[in-house]
Design a protein around this ligand. Structure first.
Ligand code: ASP
Ligand code: MG
Length: 462
């Protein structure tokens, strides 16, 4: 089998990268491309460093550079023992480059998106070097690459770059495929790519998953395995609902819906490159590798007992409502409303308008709510319309393909919630019927989540 395996920052704890080697020993007869993320917290810190450099905080930057050095040296020592001199040199070179870029920002007092991407990419560069050296120390043939070196060529939308797949395939065929033929394990730093001219870009936060699936597409892998620290995708957050179960299989569509909802399991765009080639993606637990985890695929092979597969609680949101009889029949009202929100540079997460047309409600991130409200107030304040902002709400989303065309799902859903005495403030269902979301008071969120989990998941598995 040909695999692309991605290890997240949480997979690399005290034992360093040695655990990756242990896992790979179970795949001795397979061809493997490894993708690694930065160590936990490193990317956040790197991005913070660009801001501190912009502020001219030279001492902070120097302390930070020392810290980056120490953290990676220490993980490398835990993984390998005495570091071979070639690895020391490569790590020194990365340290030196990072210092130069940060000083560049410090002198200019300007962090452009392009320089932020360059700085942010270092976490994965260190990881790939250390992971590859660890493999080598354990007898694997291995070579480290940055995303750009491996052939992940992207457009120049810094911070949110998109791969240019035709070019990627061509480059990867030259860089990675020959190594696989010779039983090497190429280790590619995730998250970053490069433009055709070699300028470093990043694929968006959490982008190492995306790197893995881009490479899987390029090498025609049989499967992608995303190694994390949970046993796959679960029916609800087990920290909130202890009865949550692992889903053995889910479809690409369901997984995308969940990723967009912020289930940390997967980068929202990560499935695009594999859907086209129907390459399955498995989410497995680095610390429980025998557990099958969750397989994400085109169509599931086993029947699932419940129409709803996952229930998520989304916090830190706000609901904004505009109402007034003057809105009824006012052509262009919705366009004006959404234009103003767009101009405030805020994303709309949920939308609902009743057929009476006398009100529209939307949900935005709480951090943007004031901005959106003010923009709307400015536009509509002098008209006979009323604006309301509610900050003390949360949303609940039920996801599952089984809801499609199954009557009575919404009835069961709202009965379960009503039986708990919870009032529903707003409802939205996309016409894909894959997801029903609704808004309740923040204080009712957990109660509603548990009630729905009992109704749809726990009852179905009895
Ligand atoms: N290190 C990057 C981030 O923190 C990418 C990743 O972890 O997937 O966003
Ligand atoms: Mg991640």
């Amino acid at each position: 089998m040909k695999y692309v395996m991605k290890f997240g920052g949480t997979s690399v704890k005290d034992a360093g990268y040695t655990r990756i080697c242990d896992i790979l020993s179970d795949y001795k007869n397979d061809k493997i491309v490894l993708v690694v993320s930065a160590l936990k917290g490193v990317t956040d810190k790197l991005i913070e460093a660009t801001r501190m450099a912009e502020l001219g905080e030279e001492k902070w930057i120097n302390d930070f550079l020392q810290e980056v050095r120490d953290v990676h040296r220490s993980v490398a020592k835990n993984s390998i023992g005495n570091l071979p001199s070639w690895l020391e040199e490569r790590l020194d070179k990365a340290d030196e480059e990072l210092k130069h870029v940060l000083y560049g920002i410090l002198y200019l007092r300007e962090a452009t998106p392009r320089s932020v991407d360059y700085v942010a990419s270092f976490g994965e560069r260190y990881s790939a070097e250390i992971a590859s050296a660890t493999l080598a120390s354990r007898g694997f043939k291995s070579k480290a690459f940055t995303g750009g070196e491996a052939g992940i060529i992207t457009n120049s939308r810094f911070g949110q770059a998109t791969p240019l797949m035709a070019l990627v395939r061509k480059r990867v065929a030259e860089t990675i495929l020959p190594l696989l033929e010779n039983n090497f394990v190429p280790v590619v730093g995730g998250f970053a790519g490069a433009t055709e001219n070699g300028i470093i870009t990043t694929l968006g936060r959490g982008g190492s998953d995306y790197s893995a699936t881009i490479l899987a597409n390029a090498i025609d892998a049989d499967e992608v395995i995303i190694w994390s620290d949970v046993n796959g995708i679960m029916s609800a957050d087990p920290k909130l609902v202890p009865e949550a179960v692992t889903l053995p299989e889910i479809t690409y569509e369901e997984a995308m819906e969940m990723a967009i909802l912020g289930a940390k399991a997967l980068h929202p765009r990560a499935l695009e490159p594999v859907i086209e080639k129907k390459i399955p993606v498995r989410i497995k637990n680095t610390f429980d590798p025998k557990h099958d985890g969750t397989k994400i695929m085109e169509t599931v092979t086993r029947p699932y007992h419940s129409v709803v597969k996952v229930i998520s609680l989304i916090r830190d949101i706000s609901m904004i409502t505009i109402k007034g009889a003057s809105m009824v029949g006012e052509v262009g009202m919705a366009a004006r409303f959404f234009n103003k929100i767009a101009e405030s540079k805020s994303n709309v997460m949920m939308i609902s308008q009743s057929i009476s047309e006398s009100n529209i409600s939307i949900v935005v991130k709480k951090e943007n709510s004031k901005k959106v409200y003010d923009a709307l107030e400015k536009e509509f304040g002098n008209e006979a319309k009323k604006l309301e902002l509610e900050d003390d709400v949360c949303a609940i989303a039920c996801v599952g393909e089984g809801m499609k065309g199954t009557p009575g799902v919404a009835a069961r859903m709202f009965k379960a919630v009503a039986d708990e005495g919870v009032n529903v403030r707003m409802i939205a269902q996309g016409s894909s019927e894959l997801n029903i979301s609704f808004v309740v008071k923040d204080t009712d969120g957990l109660k509603a989540l548990k009630a729905l989990h009992k109704e749809f998941i726990e009852k179905s598995f009895k």
